[in-house]
Design a protein around this ligand. Structure first.
Ligand code: ATP
Ligand code: MG
Length: 389
């Protein structure tokens, strides 16, 4: 029996004139992700993408991969059947066996987009329901909260029968909202921020500041592992690794300690600005959340934003740690994020940072030293690495 995976759009279905562009990007993203899984024919029709294996493939694995692709609301594995009701029942019953024999209650849903098919949707529901009850007498119908919904769709070339509807990743396809640059630390929050903006269709690349020997080689490897873990959601990630040691030392030696963190954050932004200008990054992304630490007060965030040349997106701004951790666990970055290696932010941390920094004072403190040559040097010495699907 032929089996296909049907991927149903969520939000894209609501797009007007641009719908085609979104669909094209989604199909391209799926093709890219499926390259390593085998040979598939991927087509789209009536707000559904059909993924048909052209050889023996691991369908479970394919579904798992599909669950990370943004732009898909629901995934259904379905048997491809002739548009003949008797055949649907005859071939469909064995296909549904595994699902139906373990369920206690079920309902049948039907959708007939081919209006030439002789049975109307309610007829299909009724007759298919009766056939299922006859074949699986232990089952009862529950239209409100069934264990299983059997879905029968009559479309233009075939009928499709499926038992399980799996939730997709939602959102809109990566690449449909332009590109942005994520400030990626080794912590819990910034990888979650990347996931959330990729979900809104943004193509995310990452910049990381490291301060050897204060930060170790292993700390860098941890951040690289996070990039690898984000690739399934974000697609290819270009990773910029900026040497930050000299800047931090100059900061320690020349600026008041209480402003250390906020100035450091501004210098990070200034370097990030350069890469935004040089590439097509139209926004920066951080994992900041109001009040989480002294450097993330409204006023401190305001001081940072003053130097940013593009909008700064902070998708976890209103979330507490528990909510962020929940997402980190779901997307699989939590374990890596909690490995105990240091970040450059924890180097020379002031004992009493200013929680209400005043912009004029920050600017004056920062002007006490000419950071420009060091920023330029750091930019020149930045190493670039690509993480690919
Ligand atoms: P995270 O869990 O993301 O590390 P955090 O709670 O540890 O966040 P901070 O260390 O204050 O908070 O960092 C706030 C944000 O600044 C991070 O979410 C990240 O976007 C950025 N950031 C911090 N350190 C670095 C770094 N070494 N390289 C790049 N960006 C960084
Ligand atoms: Mg951090």
């Amino acid at each position: 029996m032929n089996e296909v995976i049907m991927a149903k759009y969520g939000e894209i279905a609501l797009k007007g004139l641009n719908k085609n562009t979104f669909e094209d990007i989604l199909v391209r993203n799926i093709k890219r992700r499926f390259k390593k899984l085998g040979s598939f024919e991927i087509t789209r029709n009536q707000s559904t993408i059909y993924i048909k294996p052209l050889e023996e493939v691991d369908i479970d694995k394919a579904v798992e991969v599909l669950k990370t692709v943004f732009g898909i609301a629901a995934i259904q594995r379905a048997a491809v059947l002739p548009k003949d009701f008797d055949e649907i029942v005859k071939q469909g019953m064995p296909y549904l066996e595994e699902a139906l024999s373990t369920a206690r209650t079920f309902k049948v849903g039907a959708k007939r987009s081919d209006k030439k098919f002789p049975l109307k949707s309610p007829d299909i529901q009724r007759e298919l329901g009766a056939a299922i009850l006859e074949a699986y007498p232990h089952l009862t119908v529950d239209v409100h909260d069934p264990d299983i919904t059997v879905m029968c769709e009559i479309r233009d070339t075939n009928a499709y029968l499926s038992a399980a509807r799996i939730m997709g990743a939602g959102g809109i396809p990566v690449g449909s909202s332009g590109q942005a640059l994520l400030l990626l630390s080794g912590g819990i929050d910034s990888p979650v921020a990347a996931y959330m903006m990729a979900k809104r269709g943004i193509n995310v690349d990452a910049i990381h500041f490291q301060s050897p020997p204060y930060t170790s080689e292993r700390a860098l490897m941890k951040v690289e592992s996070l990039c690898e873990e984000l690739v399934p959601y974000c697609g290819n990630i270009r990773f910029y690794c900026v040497p930050f040691t000299e800047i931090q030392e100059a900061l320690r030696d020349n600026c008041p300690e209480e402003y250390f963190t906020v100035i450091m954050r501004r210098l990070m932004m200034k370097i990030a600005n350069h890469f935004c200008r040089e590439n097509e990054y139209k926004a920066l992304i951080t994992g900041e959340s109001v009040g989480q630490v002294a450097s993330q007060t409204i006023m401190a965030l305001g001081c940072t934003d003053r130097v940013a040349e593009v909008p700064v997106f902070r998708p976890v701004i209103g979330m507490d740690k528990r909510e962020i951790v929940e997402i980190a666990r779901k997307i699989g970055t939590f374990e890596t994020s909690t490995l105990p290696y240091e970040d450059c932010c924890t180097v020379f941390t002031p004992k009493h940072p200013r929680t209400k920094p005043v912009i004029e004072e920050v600017e004056a403190a920062e002007a006490a030293f000419d950071f420009a040559p060091l920023l330029e040097k750091a930019i020149k010495e930045t190493e670039i690495k690509d993480f690919k699907i």
